[in-house]
Write a protein that binds this ligand. Structure first.
Ligand code: R5P
Length: 269
């Protein structure tokens, strides 16, 4: 692996402990102004100091994040479909590697939809993106998307997806946590991060999800809704960091969240 590519990756997955807390705010690319991300700049700013990387589109980056932000950007470069359209899987590459370089990104991210009508198209998108990105030392994050079919999130399917994107040359993969998650990680030769998925009932549930994923081999989380749709986003991301980076139990981390909330460090949403 080229020095530049390794260097970019090491800014995202922290060399000190091999873990990462990525903040995902790219949802608008197919969901529009999703609840509590209506004004991205207001949702992102208080969370930035606690994230190891920021995953978003170029439009939100250019318009809602100050250029002095000292955080690696994982730029979503796939899209082209919406939640009200015919098929979420019908994605193309929406941003050139040239523009990603202009934006000084730490990595680029693209979704694949294995098993869908657009499996070949999205896997070909990934292969093409990898060929172009490695020319410039930019790591590629493959996202194993399921669209509206959340029931697809099982170890058999996610192992298949993660292995395929690794074989195609992705440098790290974002997938979902599932039962027997260690099977997904064991058969995948690249680092795995997990999405949080739709907002869980409680913050503690999301902290438990993160802990289980780490215990079963994930290098970290790339979480969105379970952070900024929490009633206490800053305490939540700080609790998440404790779980991912310090090995704090979900219950202790939740205590920390409550302390931060009561000490006035909770951010209004
Ligand atoms: C969805 O396709 C986006 O890539 C999100 O970044 C991803 O789902 C992670 O966010 P969440 O934790 O809200 O699932």
């Amino acid at each position: 692996m080229d020095w530049g590519l390794k260097n970019r990756l090491s800014r995202i997955i922290q060399p000190a402990d091999g873990h990462t807390v990525m903040l995902a705010v790219d949802h608008g690319y197919f969901l529009g102004p999703i609840s509590r991300l209506e004004k991205p700049e207001e949702a992102i700013a208080p969370l930035l100091p606690y994230a190891d990387a920021l995953m978003l589109t170029r439009g939100v980056l250019r318009n809602c994040v100050g250029a002095s932000a000292d955080i690696p950007v994982v730029l979503r470069v796939s899209g082209g479909s919406s939640i009200v359209g015919a098929d979420l899987a019908n994605e193309t590459i929406t941003t050139s590697v040239r523009d990603a370089i202009r934006l000084n990104v730490g990595a680029v991210a693209l979704s694949v939809f294995v098993g869908s009508q657009y499996e070949h198209q999205t896997l070909a998108n990934l292969a093409h993106l990898i060929d172009e990105s490695v020319e410039y030392g930019i790591p590629v994050l493959a996202v194993t998307a399921v669209g509206k079919e959340l029931e697809k999130r099982d170890a058999r399917y996610l192992s298949l997806c993660c292995r395929i994107v690794a074989e195609l040359g992705a440098h790290f993969v974002k997938t979902y946590y599932c039962e027997d998650f260690e099977r997904v990680v064991e058969s995948c030769p690249i680092p795995v991060v997990i999405a949080g998925g739709p907002k869980l009932e409680t913050d503690l549930d999301a902290l438990r999800l993160a802990r289980s994923a780490i215990e079963q081999g994930a290098v970290g989380v790339d979480m969105g809704r379970n952070v900024w749709q929490s009633d206490h986003p800053v305490p939540m991301i700080r609790a998440l960091r404790a779980v991912v980076h310090e090995g704090t139990s979900p219950e202790e981390a939740h205590e920390l969240l409550l302390e931060l909330k009561h000490s006035g460090q909770a951010q209004p949403v």
